[in-house]
Design a protein around this ligand. Sequence first.
Ligand code: SF4
Length: 386
Amino acid sequence: MINHGNYRGIYIHIPFCIAKCGYCDFYSVPIGRSMDWQEQYLRGLVAEMEQRASFYDGQRIITIYIGGGTPSLLTSEQIDRLLNKLAATFTLSSDIEITIEANPATVNEKYLQECRQAGVNRLSLGVQSFIDRELCLLGRLHSTQDSKEAIRAARAAGFTNLNLDLIYGIPGQTTDDWTANLCQAMAAAPEHLSLYLLQLEPHTPMGRWVDEGKLFMLEEEQEYQLYQISREFLSHHGYQQYEISNFARPGKECRHNLHYWHSAEYIGLGAGAVSFINRIRQQNAQLDSYLQTSDDYQPNFWQGEILESMSERQRWIDAVVMGLRTTQGINMDDFKRRFGVDLHQEYAQVINELMAGGFIIIKDGYLRLAPSAYFISNQVLCRFMA
Ligand code: SF4
């Protein structure tokens, strides 16, 4: 088992999408199918890597995650160059996990083969739904057929570590619709599934439709029902739930996400990317800085704002909140060794109250959420933040 505290991770943000989805509030810029930005942006990434190389000072990187936006808008040759530069700049572990996120409408077998040859060994497909009506409502550009073809292409290209992202709680979604989605996912036999509850963001088109009464979100009770269906269905099909929203075949848990949940350090490269180093959570500068880099070179052009500078206490509280997201929970002895904090003592009252309510469990030295509290985890976790 990996001790994430001893290793490092790198996230690379590719903040471009063909068009904005109706529910999306992530930092990404719609650019159509224009190819103009990529080289300029890559030059920025290379410059940032060179400036930040010493941050890790020879420490081994065990995970690289290329996320977005839509990273599959980069060509396979550009991904190859990016990974070569990372290998030349940082110390990569020989068994490193390298994930790329892809929109099903932007990949084919040849492209995926070339990505594999470049070193990508995990593919995360943003399927979101296998029902065209739902994809349309979400404002996704791809169809169910595109997803099926992308899954076929991924397998043909040799990917043996495939994640599918699915969204539940889509307006109008019934339990039958959701079960049909899960059945379609099973037909692809992915190694990993991430299931996200649709979050309504007020400044998105979907947020406005709901505001104007043109669209109705599901009731919380219905959302809960869909979540419970997922847990039972996936358990029945041999998937282990290892985090509130994530399920995997044994041994195929996403190392990159585990790295976050173990509250380990990571660097985020690229416009708007977040890093967590030395108790400081910092967000990179926005896109303009990146696109200017090639023309008008600025030292430390990537430096943005500090989101959070943590005290020692905030640091370990953060580790509690992240660790409790995993179904394994927190090993309290390890926690004491790592932070010098006895969770029994620190949280005596909170633990007693939450245990009496059936929201948390202490077993075999682990503090963890009770499965019945997964769906309301935010309410439970905030008790540990006070
Ligand atoms: S593809 Fe992803 S990042 Fe891009 S707009 Fe859609 S949801 Fe947002």
